[in-house]
Design a protein around this ligand. Structure first.
Ligand SMILES: Nc1ncnc2c1ncn2[C@@H]1O[C@H](COP(=O)(O)OP(=O)(O)OP(=O)(O)O)[C@@H](O)[C@H]1O
Length: 584
């Protein structure tokens, strides 16, 4: 295990030295009291039972000591378990939020490239594996080790020679555990890998359930899922076979052999000492202890796979923590006019063979209304992602009010630039929370934004109005309504730049023309960049950029572009008009 992994796994514990110390002290105390049990019994047998001394006072003292030591041991165990659990839960909560914070600061490209199920499993099940390590492995292994030491000390105090015989069980047990580890590691890794595969398939299926049902692919998905289940079963059974052969059975067998050796040893010592050196009570205590030595050994070995799993999970978490954070600018001066300039802006996706945007030049004056049109895949959405800072250009320069976009602080930029994406993100909470997204606004501003986004009538119809929950069992908005909600959310923030990506693609023509009027009201006050398939939306734009395969092929007003006989815009306009069966 390397140093970083060790630090990741252990640091959260060492960050809480007081708690760790208290938990450990409780553990040692409880174990010591536990070990007292057989020792007190031995004392009773040798000093009272065998000589036939049944005086009430010492007997009562012995019984009281026995009961109270065992009760205190149980109390100590209970407190120790609580302490370790608290330590583990706190450590995991902290780690989980560290990983989540790191994910939230990732560049868009990283999140795009990583499957959702994978991200979720890193934040949840991988951090959970660490909790298991603290509660299931660390606490238990420490407890068992202390118990073993306690038993050995108690035995040595009673009889060192017999202890030497009984202690044979320890190296033999360790050798068995070592063999188990070696034989089962491959199967354990296989099980974990198959489990990850199974959850990835599950996430795929749940996300695509509508398509799976529509294309009648349920049976195929089920068969593939079951096939993984079958492989998992085989790997698990292999682990169980190795485990049941080597762990309980082998260690129990070893225990029997050592017991026989002990009885033999007892006999020899007895003869050597002339028959009265070792009491029957010592033998009783040794037999009891012996039974308790094999339990900790089995327990340690069985919990070893928790340690293995935590190591694998820890490696995956370190991998996430290694993902570089998005470079953030530090320029916090507010954006005033929102004049945007692009010079030779290029963009290439990570690992892609060619550029998606090939050197864009554009000058967007403050308060201008810019329309962006072009064929599917021509790079319109990518351009908007660059304008709002979600993606960084691979080459070229982008400025806003003459200040490089890359140097502007993230919060300043997102305060000034609002985006209405193609597929709006909605949370399963109320309409109000979805509009505010954690921010604040007066009722008047909320109502104004709803009116501007043409959502006011929908909200008035709902019995709970803005407090109606969305998603799951709540209201399910239509695609058009979702877009309007995203628009209202953007308007609420009174941005300096408003970027719309096909924001009105799913609303009917009447709503769309009303929205155009609302956007008209923003003209001159807000810099507007509108990507549109429906050309009517951007007909009134100050300038229209026509994109083809990552380049700006044409630019001009609607009238100028339409006047070009062989122009791309004219062709788009004509085909759209033919589609609508009427030339505009
Ligand atoms: N990770 C990626 N690696 C390589 N190419 C990608 C990646 N992600 C997107 N692309 C490509 O980038 C191009 C531009 O996509 P973009 O979404 O900007 O197009 P668009 O003009 O907005 O299309 P639409 O009108 O369909 O929304 C597309 O050809 C897309 O396939």
């Amino acid at each position: 295990m390397n140093r970083r992994l060790r630090a990741l796994l252990l640091q959260p514990l060492f960050d809480r030295p007081r708690q760790l110390l208290i938990a450990f002290a409780l553990l040692v105390g409880a174990t010591a009291l536990d070990v007292c049990g057989p020792w007190l019994t031995q004392y009773y047998i040798d000093r009272h039972l065998v000589p036939g001394d049944f005086a009430i006072a010492p007997l009562a003292l012995l019984v009281t000591l026995y009961i109270s030591s065992q009760c205190l041991a149980a109390l100590g165990r209970y407190l120790q378990t609580l302490r370790f659990a608290r330590l583990a839960i706190e450590a995991v909560r902290e780690l989980r939020s560290r990983i989540f914070r790191h994910l939230l600061q990732q560049p868009q490209s990283r999140l795009d490239a990583t499957p959702t199920g994978e991200l979720i499993s890193r934040v949840t099940s991988d951090t959970d594996a660490l909790r298991e390590l603290y509660v299931g492995f660390l606490a238990s292994v420490l407890q068992n080790l202390v118990l073993l030491i306690g038993i050995l000390v108690a035995m040595t105090l009673m009889d060192p020679r017999l202890t030497a015989i009984a202690a044979l069980l320890i190296p033999a047990g360790i050798a068995t555990i070592w063999a188990y580890q070696r034989l089962s590691v491959a199967a354990a890794m296989k099980v974990r890998q198959l489990r990850a595969e199974q959850s990835a398939r599950l996430v795929d299926a749940v996300q695509g359930i509508a398509v799976i049902q529509a294309y009648r692919q349920g049976q195929r998905f089920l068969e593939r899922f079951d096939a993984i289940g079958q492989r998992q079963y085989t790997a698990r059974m292999r682990m169980v076979r190795i485990g049941s052969l080597l762990l309980r059975s082998a260690i129990d067998l070893l225990g029997m052999v050592v017991l026989a050796a002990l009885l033999f040893g007892y006999g020899i010592t007895h003869i050597d000492s002339g028959g009265d050196a070792i009491g029957i009570g010592v033998l009783y205590a040794f037999i009891t202890y012996l039974g308790r030595v094999s339990e900790p050994l089995i327990d340690i070995s069985q919990r070893f796979n928790l340690f293995q799993q935590a190591s694998v999970a820890g490696t995956r978490l370190l991998d996430v923590l290694d993902w570089p954070l998005e470079r953030l600018g530090e320029d916090k001066a507010p954006i005033e006019d929102a004049r945007i300039e692009l010079e030779g802006v290029r963009f290439r996706h990570d690992g892609a063979a060619s550029d998606t945007l090939h050197g864009l030049d554009a000058m967007i004056p403050a308060g201008a209304f810019i329309g962006v049109v072009g064929a599917t895949g021509s790079g319109k959405s990518t351009l908007l992602d660059l304008l709002c800072g979600l993606k960084r250009p691979t080459a070229g320069r982008m400025t806003i009010d003459g200040r490089p976009l890359a140097e502007i602080d993230r919060a300043t930029l997102s305060e000034a630039v609002a985006v209405v994406p193609q597929e709006p993100f909605l949370r399963s909470t109320t309409l109000r929370d979805n509009l505010l997204l954690g921010g604040e606004a007066s009722e008047e501003r909320l109502e104004q934004a709803l009116r501007d986004a043409r959502l006011a009538t929908l909200v008035e119809r709902l019995p709970k109005g803005l407090d109606t929950p969305l998603g799951e069992r709540g209201l399910s908005l239509s695609s058009g309504e979702r877009q309007l909600l995203a628009l209202a959310r953007a308007l609420l923030r009174q941005p300096r730049v408003l970027l719309l990506d096909e924001a009105t693609a799913s609303v009917d023509s009447a709503t769309e023309s009303e929205l155009s009027k609302a956007l008209d009201l923003l003209r001159g006050r807000v810099t507007l960049v509108v990507v549109a398939h429906r050309l009517a939306t951007i007909r009134e734009a100050d300038q229209i950029l026509v994109m083809t395969q990552g380049r700006i092929e044409e630019r001009g007003t609607h009238a100028e572009l339409l006047a070009r006989p062989e122009g791309a815009y004219r062709a788009l306009w004509r085909s759209a008009a033919q589609g609508a069966d009427a030339i505009g």
